[in-house]
Design a binder for this molecule. Structure first.
Ligand code: MN
Length: 258
């Protein structure tokens, strides 16, 4: 198990405690918050790991100086005595839907496992504050068992987002596709004490009502758990055939019509 919010994050602890009921759990998680680190791996400096403890759990745990993807590599190639049956990454504080997926350390940790051919699940809670992790943790542990029993293709992973509601208030589970949810990005320009400019990337999510039915965003905003199957192959099939008609060969000769 790993995450991107760091080894001290409550969401990780809740997921460990739920999964311990059904499996042997080993944790390799970032030493500190690596949210929005995407799929980065560390190639130009050493990685350090130190033993850690998860509150309320007996799981073997390690804190690592790297990213979520580093943690999966460290676990599989170094720290674990055997390949894990399933890799879980989460529970993230905040949803991972739409375009979040490319920035998400949570999804990237699961993607790294998928690259290694290990069934993987990314788990996120749709909360900004007052998170209730228990429903997401219980669901994720049961889903991990289901994934282990049924199997998923080696190039695949599941991206799970759970509303921040009591179990009785959740309307069900929807299998969804990734939405095209966007942010209204702002760039704030400020001035430092030495008079030089610096910048903050900021932004807010567009309204969930803009989401199409059948998407992760739509499911969440209507009180459903969203489960989206993802694949590592990013090819756009429709554009594949259209691009074939562009006769790109001629660009080799300077881009002029043959
Ligand atoms: Mn995070």
């Amino acid at each position: 198990m790993t995450n991107d919010d760091g080894i001290e994050a409550e969401g990780l602890h809740a997921l460990v405690r739920a999964c311990e009921r059904v499996a042997e759990v080993t944790v390799v998680a970032p030493h500190h918050d690596r949210s929005a680190s995407g799929h980065a791996i560390t190639l130009h400096k050493p990685l350090r790991v130190s033993p850690a403890t998860i509150p309320g759990s007996g799981a073997v745990a390690w804190a690592a100086t790297g990213t979520p993807a580093d943690c999966v590599l460290l676990a599989v190639y170094g720290l674990l005595p055997a390949r894990p049956d399933v890799v879980l990454c989460g529970i993230n504080l905040g949803p991972n839907i739409g375009h979040d997926l490319t920035y998400s350390g949570t999804v990237s940790g699961a993607m790294e496992a998928a690259i290694l051919g290990i069934p993987a699940i990314a788990v996120s809670l749709d909360a900004e504050q007052d998170p209730r992790y228990e429903v997401a943790a219980t669901f994720a542990a049961a889903l991990a068992e289901e994934v282990y029993r049924r199997g998923i293709p080696p190039d695949a992973l599941l991206n799970v987002n759970v509303p921040n509601l009591e179990v009785g208030q959740i309307r069900g589970v929807q299998v969804t596709r990734q939405s095209a949810r966007r942010y209204r990005t702002r760039l704030e320009r400020r001035t430092d004490p030495r008079g030089r400019p610096y910048y903050w990337i900021a932004g807010e999510r567009t309204s969930p009502e803009e989401a199409e039915p059948g998407t992760d965003s739509h499911a969440l905003s209507h009180g459903f758990v969203s489960v989206t199957p993802l694949q590592m192959d990013l090819t756009y099939p429709a554009l594949l055939s259209a691009l074939g008609r562009w006769e790109l060969d001629r660009l080799l000769r300077g881009g002029f019509p043959a």
